[in-house]
Design a protein around this ligand. Structure first.
Ligand code: ADP
Ligand code: MG
Length: 351
């Protein structure tokens, strides 16, 4: 026999295809945390509690006080392509939620054990029995269901992540590394959503807590344990058409050795965009020496049709129609805020 003989074309069994697809959405425990906390924010949560054990491989639990999931949908939300957030492809160009693919819970359920406990706001108003319903799935098979008391909102518990994906499991770098990815992620969301109260517990230790007061400066103070007020400059700018920028820029004293504290949201979505990051750092050029990175929290808002959020499986990257123009605006705006110069408005208009 030839060593490289071609095997016959075959359709993969659904279970195998789904396990492969799940690995694309869920890279590591922090990816699960991201999906669950975005779902909680989409559900209008004001309070979000995240508990982690064993770097997230043993357990990840996210509890919210959002609008909940009705009992009859508990199983369906773990199916692939089920979502309450969009109806048509065209809805993608007017997106106002993090979620739109209906893939996260299905992916998690495929490669872990997941328990969803939920009670809707309506159920809470209608019956006084305080019943919330839960189901547990493992490898996407239902293994148990029941009811118990809780107030409105949802608790999702994920155990044994990657139990059936041995290759991925062997890439995990131990609880400390995974915890630090999770901490960095939750910190960024807590800084971006100061009106939501975030609590993160790592192996029973309180790792982070914000008050949910709505003040970014207060959230940053709580997150970084610094008295920051004098070290932050507010930035707010809009051309009334293509962009709005707002947030806080840390000064030179807050400079860091890495980009851990460079927190950037586009239309509310935490993004990891090289182009935008470099534009921001370019604005810091005269202030920071090479190899230093700023602490900042910046929101960029663009009209939804001018943004494509659907270019990355974990949605960590986005594409902007006017990326070139926006990077130019970013650099100039940052520069002038840091130099306390008023921004010359004509310089910041495009196309
Ligand atoms: P998507 O977020 O893209 O819709 P998910 O798989 O993340 O897909 O979630 C599927 C559905 O489950 C959501 O559309 C939503 O209706 C429901 N859901 C998930 N998490 C929550 C939550 N914490 N609170 C309320 N509903 C939720
Ligand atoms: Mg989601």
């Amino acid at each position: 026999e030839q060593p490289f003989e071609r095997a016959q074309l075959q359709t993969l069994p659904l279970e195998v295809a789904e396990r492969i697809a799940a690995g694309e959405v869920i890279e590591r425990p922090a990816s699960v945390v991201k999906e669950l906390l975005e779902n909680a924010l989409d559900a209008g949560a004001h309070e979000l509690r995240i508990e982690i054990r064993g770097g997230g491989l043993r357990m990840i639990r996210v509890t919210d006080d959002g609008y909940g999931i009705p009992e009859h949908e508990l199983e369906a939300v773990c199916q692939r392509h089920t979502t309450s957030k969009i109806r048509t492809f065209e809805d993608l160009s007017a997106l106002h939620t993090f979620g739109f693919r209906g893939e996260a819970l299905a992916s998690i359920a495929t490669i872990a054990e997941i328990t969803i406990l939920s009670r809707t706001v309506e159920a809470e108003q209608q019956d006084d029995e305080q019943a919330a319903f839960w189901i547990t799935l493992r490898g996407n098979e239902m293994i148990q269901r029941g009811r118990r008391a809780r107030l409105h909102g949802t608790t999702i518990t994920v155990r044994d992540l990657f139990y059936n994906v041995p290759a991925r499991l062997s890439f995990m770098r131990g609880a400390r590394t995974e915890n630090s990815h999770i901490l960095q992620l939750v910190r960024k969301y807590a800084a971006g959503y100061p009106a939501t109260r975030f609590t993160l517990i790592l192996d029973e230790h309180l790792a982070l807590q914000t008050s949910g007061s709505g003040s970014v400066v207060e959230a940053l103070t709580e997150l970084y344990h610094l008295s920051l007020k004098e070290l932050l400059s507010p930035i707010e700018l809009s051309d009334g058409a293509h962009y709005r920028l707002y947030g806080y820029l840390g000064n030179r004293i807050l400079a860091q050795h890495n980009r851990q504290y460079l927190t950037l949201f586009v239309n509310g979505r935490l993004v990891n965009s090289r182009g935008l990051q470099e534009a921001l750092e370019q604005g810091y050029r005269s202030l920071l020496p090479k190899g230093k990175h700023p602490l900042l929290v910046l929101h960029i808002e663009v009209p939804p049709p001018e943004l494509d959020a659907n270019i990355h499986p974990a949605k960590a990257e986005v594409q902007l129609v006017y990326e070139k123009e926006i990077t130019r605006v970013l650099t100039q705006a940052v520069q002038s805020v840091l130099e306390h110069n008023p921004v010359a408005p004509e310089a910041l208009h495009f196309p």
